[in-house]
Design a protein around this ligand. Structure first.
Ligand SMILES: Cc1ncc(COP(=O)(O)O)c(C=O)c1O
Length: 382
């Protein structure tokens, strides 16, 4: 007799766990999973150790430490010119993934449909499914990965409740323009859609561009959950803390779910980030330059290779097109290259419900210079 009936019967171990395990097994350079291999700012590490020693070790308030929410309201005003009330519109969560899950759980009822744009981060569809909804997958456009508005509109139905968007975009490194957000605003208003906006890479935008947030457009601001991650902004993915900004009515519903999923985020992390931002509010604005330098180092070193480099406008991911080298499926090739010559990447097809045949691998460039140069040298020999 079966003891448990799976709620996610088609879900297995994620590709990130698999590729990292394979990289460890073959002692390969691991450019697969998206995390930095360098230290966060020293002042943040010191703030964390101070926060623990000074007794910030018990539950924080459910919505997050007031001092941190105040700082974040200041950050939104400073970087995005957005006003928000830290008491009623900001919730600190144990990672953006939990925030996204709670916003979907709070909004999606049985039978509701949610538009997701493939390729996409792997937590969206399972969260929609667990809420009793249906993820309607619409592919981003072929080579550009821009939103295909005609296809999105065609996928809408009277049951459509929400659209999930992500810019800067994992895995492709593309960013949405102001015009894209304007089109989304019109569409969301017309169809009364909620918007779940994953903006965890907001500060990693290159070549002098600006990040465009849903919080900056009034027609989206009133219907959006915007998700952010300290893991990305402060190079501390293992601290698993982030925040969600949404209007009071949406925040109230999100918190009802959050209080029974995690209840709170980790207290000393919140205190440390509040202290760090108090002393260095401009730090997030320095990220674009430091990551752009890493991207440029990696891309420049890849110039003699046989790969075609797709433009990476944001995030810390670079797509390499290998179609001039091989016509093997991307999963097979990424595993093969992890074993020999010893470099791990993520096949882009795993981010799709129905992947086109593309020949694209995703490499994370949040790595030390010597690792990026060694990786590029290996790739140039392929
Ligand atoms: C697009 C996207 N959203 C969310 C997350 C998760 O953020 P967190 O670690 O804060 O849960 C990631 C992490 O890789 C991501 O790439």
């Amino acid at each position: 007799m079966t003891l448990i009936k799976s709620k996610l019967p088609t879900t297995g171990t994620t590709i990130f766990t698999r590729m990292s395990a394979l990289a460890a097994q073959y002692d390969a350079l691991n450019l697969s999973q998206g995390y930095p291999d360098f230290d966060p700012p020293q002042a943040l590490l010191e703030a964390m150790s101070r926060a623990i020693k000074e007794g910030n070790n018990q539950y924080a308030p459910m919505a997050g430490l007031p001092a941190l929410r105040e700082q974040l309201a200041g950050q939104l005003a400073l970087h995005r010119n957005v006003n928000c009330n830290p008491d009623t519109e900001i919730t600190i969560v144990p990672g953006a993934t939990e925030g996204i899950y709670c916003s979907i759980m709070a909004s999606v009822h049985s039978g509701d449909e949610v538009i997701v744009l493939d390729p996409c981060y792997d937590s969206y569809a399972p969260a929609i499914h667990m809420a009793g909804g249906r993820a309607i997958h619409v592919a981003l456009q072929g080579d550009s990965f821009a939103p295909d508005w005609a296809a999105i509109e065609a996928a809408l139905s009277p049951r459509s409740r929400m659209i999930v968007i992500n810019s800067p975009h994992n895995p492709t490194g593309t960013t949405w323009s102001e015009a894209d957000l304007q089109t989304l605003e019109k569409l969301a208003q017309q169809h009364n859609l909620l918007v779940c906006s994953d903006e965890v890479y907001e500060h990693l935008v290159y070549d002098g561009q600006q990040h465009h947030s849903v919080l900056q457009r009034p027609g989206l601001r009133e219907r959006a959950f915007a998700h952010f991650s300290f893991g990305k902004t402060f190079s501390v993915t293992g601290w698993k803390t982030g925040y969600c900004v949404a209007p009071p009515a949406l925040t109230a519903e999100l918190r009802k779910v959050h209080q029974f999923v995690a209840f709170v985020a980790v207290t000393p992390v919140q205190q440390a980030i509040a202290d760090f931002l108090t002393s260095d509010p401009g730090y997030p604005a320095t990220l674009a330059d430091t990551y752009q330098r890493r991207r440029d180092l990696f891309c420049h070193a890849l110039e003699p290779s046989r790969f075609t480099l797709r433009p990476s406008q944001g995030t810390y991911f670079q797509l390499l097109d290998y179609s001039a080298i091989s016509d093997l499926p991307d999963r097979q090739l990424s595993e093969e290259w992890t074993r020999s010559p010893g470099i791990a990447s993520i096949p882009v097809s795993v981010f799709y419900q129905r992947a086109p045949r593309q020949g694209l691998l995703r490499f994370c460039f949040a790595k030390r210079d010597e690792v990026l140069l060694e990786a590029a040298e290996m790739l140039c020999k392929i």
